[in-house]
Design a protein around this ligand. Sequence first.
Ligand code: PLP
Length: 451
Amino acid sequence: HLPTAELQALDAAHHMHPFTANGELAQKGVRVITRAKGVTLTDSEGHEILDAMAGLWCVNVGYGREELADVAARQMRELPYYNTFFQTTHVPAIALAAKIAELAPGDLNNVFFAGSGSEANDTNIRMVRHYWAMKGKPTKSILISRKNAYHGSSVGSGSLGGMSGMHAQGGLPIPDIHHINQPNWWAEGGDATPEDFGLACAQELEQAILELGEDRVAAFIAEPIQGAGGVIVPPATYWPEIQRICDKYEILLIADEVICGFGRTGAWFGSETMGIRPDIMTIAKGLSSGYAPIGGSIVSDEVASVIAQGEFNHGYTYSGHPVAAAVALENLRILEEEKIVERVKTVTAPYLKEKWEALVAHPLVGEANIIGMMGSITLTPNKSTRAAFAAEAGTVGYICRERCFANNLVMRHVGDRMIISPPLVITEAEIDTLIARATTSLDECLAQIEA
Ligand code: PLP
């Protein structure tokens, strides 16, 4: 390929990056990733970088799986595209829907495919409103979500999300989306115990339902463990109370499993880890380990049977795309046959948890949270008061992320939280490397902010 400087110049001239200040990026020079294998990325300068984010939380089976490339090539030769609209379908979409139904808990037996998590959440908005209309309750149109949630970037899913920076641009949210607080005890729990705080956050759902009107609320959506918001593990009191409230007021529960699904939490779905019974689950990312763009909604028999009574005027050209579906099916085969989810639960997650939680001994780290293979540490100048840094939120997190990259480690920062979500196939030796590089980076970050 071209020399790095030329690639960077072309990128700066023509490529608008998502969630990036592109002007600043052009000054700094973008990093070009050229290859990857297992958990390791190689950049255009030949650096070997441990990817503790699995790309964007998605490369669950690790990079460089020949089987997935082979399946994609075979499917492209056989049937590169056909649609699933009207009265047609194809073998990969049939097989994948059946496999997902087999893996999903309870009566979540029906799959509506999309090209991404954002599209799937757009599907969910329309589907739950349509469901209630079909049930003779057309006023039930409000979806309740959470502040600081991320559910995608389309107009609908960006509205479901609760990120103020996103709402400030482009006219979000659309009507009839309401947000309650997230159970982020470290930042927002004040003097309450985590348990009391978790309960109070969940009870905000009940208050919102009562204020907005039971007859107007269609659904509540949340990730079992909030990912892009900063890997916020809710207190144990949170989800049981949310489930109780949804049951009591007949509110559909949508679990956004885009990150938590397909093994990330040590079970096939985060809903199982958190003990909840969703009516709909949003899936994407780990469904194909990021090898092909695909997402979807897994829908309960009850909701699907009501939707089936008429035509649901909704769908995407790439709903159930045959190449993406074939890749996803092969990815699920790998996850199953290599017992990757079981190994996370019994071997790698316990090993990572012990090492990750030990990071609280570092002077910069206030708390460490981890479930399965998704974890966060909160950086703080004062552990006992849970204080934030005097500098603008995210300044220290950014420095830490830059130190990580200099030490050949990809960790992401969300404000002043550092988060990880490595490929599920990471080995114990690679976890040791991850922790060693993270510790060096924290030391360097501390030295830099003290200087
Ligand atoms: N939902 C959650 C929880 C996500 O983390 C994301 C992406 O990060 C999405 C939805 C959107 O998925 P996509 O980027 O595939 O549109």
